[in-house]
Ligand binder design. Sequence first.
Ligand code: BEZ
Length: 212
Amino acid sequence: MAIRLGDVAPNFTAQTSMGEINLHEYLGEGWGLLFSHPADFTPVCTTELGRTAALKGEFQKRNVKPIAVSVDPIEDHHEWIKDINETQNVEVNFPLIADNDRKVAELYDMIHPNADEKATVRTVFVIGPDKKVKLTLTYPPATGRNFMEILRVIDSLQLTAYHSVATPADWKHGEDVIISPSITDEQIPDKFPKGHKTIKPYLRTTPQPNID
Ligand code: BEZ
């Protein structure tokens, strides 16, 4: 069954390029980015894993641990990681799950048989500190993901998890945000002391609250 937003991210223990991990224990109090790839030694995946490694500092800043899934054996992962490090000029610094028995792929519905019978598609699951799924994305094998978008959406998820706001179309960290409809006009001055604009009664904006 498909995993939906708000579901507890199914837990598992798996062999990875960094040893055995239990998903929930590994994530601890942090956020997780679980993302699948069609296969080892494929070009798009090579660039995606390289990009994830290059963005290590950005993920750390957001307290997000990336974990990649590929349905190939651990020996292949170790060889492929050497290629990724060499060609993308990085050190792969996050676990790559060796899912050759497809346990994780099936648990997370990462194989979409009408797209490809055997390989996993490019799925993304952002998991919150409460272990619940906050975001799902699915890309086809031939389209590499935009990791700046993944960071952008994590910024929005983390902001909206802790403040009564929503982020508008194309929002980026630092831009004004939308005050939640659940907040009354009377509550605004206390909750949003930086000020606000009322464009329509249902469209009220305020400077991003969690930055100086
Ligand atoms: C790739 O990762 O490069 C790839 C995988 C499957 C189909 C097309 C591209």
